[in-house]
Ligand binder design. Sequence first.
Ligand SMILES: [Fe+2]
Ligand SMILES: [Fe+2]
Length: 193
Amino acid sequence: MRAQIEALKAATGRLPRGLAEHVERVVAEADRLAAAFGELDREQVALAAWGHDIARALSPQELLTRARGFGLEVSPVEEEAPILLHGPVGAEILRQEHGIDDRQVLAAARFHSTGRAGMSLLEKVIFVADKIEPGKVRAKPALARVRELADRDLDAAILEYLDQMLVVAREEGWPLHPQAVAARNELLLSRRA
Ligand SMILES: [Fe+2]
Ligand SMILES: [Fe+2]
């Protein structure tokens, strides 16, 4: 796994500068969260963090083309907002072009932007690290609340993020990704149980 991490570090260096810096900050946040919550293989965490945005610099058209090329199902919401495909397309790039076959790592990359119902601890750590890295919090100060919650309760942090996303989607007239809705419903109901 060490060699795969090194290969992804090198691939990150070929991404646009701002994106590469974001990825480096996500690696640091994910490692910090993994240390706090224990139970996780730190190399798996590093691999997923380094790889999560491998497809983030692709254009909307490229994302659609690559998704179809990989045989991924493209939903109407993804067709309208192809950026939502950068997780699933990225996971396929990691699997098919970087030889990564760890299913948990691939799932963490695949679902890092939408979330899903039944997320593993690794998926949650990558999802949250991606939202609370200092660059994103600077750009969107409301994320400070997500960051604050993340230190003691990952589920609460995810729920807060999804709630914020819901408000923005309402304001901007954006559709909601069904997997984000499923993740929010699950967290909301489990916390009431
Ligand atoms: Fe992303
Ligand atoms: Fe990211």
